[in-house]
Design a protein around this ligand. Structure first.
Ligand code: DX5
Ligand code: ZN
Length: 230
């Protein structure tokens, strides 16, 4: 998919739940993805962890590519890794539609701006993520021209952590700016108790891991969450 098509699909879905496949059964990846799609998912969130920037490993482009062959949904790839610039092209070629990099892995804002430009040149939507302690000012240089801003509501690394409301302040500040056109995403601890606060603060992409995948019935869990945001 090309940028305009990806953007149009996300805009049509927003506010949208982006289920993370982090906790799914990888022996049944295609079936898991199909269950999420049937439950109502309009995009999928894929958590790439490198065991260095975050204290956990997940997967790389092989699983992104397998997910790509399993679905036509937009793939929102969250790179929790050092030196992401080295792999952007490979993630795009594997089928990533949104590629999000962390501010914390960059030496300065120029490096972040270069990554954003590179993602855009590859034809994907460019996302920028900030951890709970990272202030919004640290993305000043890209805030008006990236396609998605991800405010982390946990320290990244593991599913099932408790929601940190510092993300809500950042989302609200971004929502209130006329010059910010990016999708506003929140990730970590988003569940039945926290999701409505997130949309009220301005989030329109809601990453959900354990609140969907720890239950047997994706349909019911997805529908309950959707009721809380629509
Ligand atoms: C956090 C990941 C998240 C995670 C969310 O390190 O980036 O996408 O899967 O999981 P929950 O919703 O369980 O916090
Ligand atoms: Zn994530």
């Amino acid at each position: 998919m090309q940028r305009e098509q990806i953007r149009a699909k996300l805009a049509a879905a927003a506010p949208a739940i982006a289920p993370s496949i982090l906790l799914c059964d990888y022996t049944q990846l295609a079936q898991e993805i199909s269950s999420l799609e049937q439950a109502g998912a309009r995009l999928l969130h894929l958590d790439v962890m490198d065991g260095h920037f975050v204290p956990n490993f997940t997967f790389g482009m092989t699983i992104v590519e397998a997910a790509r062959r399993s679905t036509d949904l937009p793939l929102d790839v969250h790179l929790m890794m050092d030196n992401p610039g080295r792999y952007l092209r490979q993630f795009r070629e594997a089928g990533a539609d949104v590629i999000t990099v962390h501010e914390e892995v960059c030496h300065d804002q120029s490096e972040l701006a270069d990554l954003v430009a590179e993602i855009r040149d590859l034809g994907a939507l460019s996302g920028v993520a900030i951890n709970p302690p990272t202030p919004l000012e640290s993305i000043d240089k890209v805030v008006t021209d990236c396609d998605l801003i991800l405010c982390m509501s946990v320290m990244p690394g593991f599913g099932g952590q408790e929601f940190n409301p510092v993300a809500l302040e950042k989302l609200a500040a971004l929502r209130d700016r006329d010059d910010v056109t990016a999708f506003l995403e929140v990730d970590g601890g988003v569940n039945h108790d926290t999701i409505a606060d997130c949309t009220q603060a301005g989030a329109n992409m809601l990453v959900v891991g354990s609140a969907i995948s720890s239950g047997a019935d994706y349909n019911e869990r997805f529908a309950e969450l959707e009721r809380l945001i629509k």
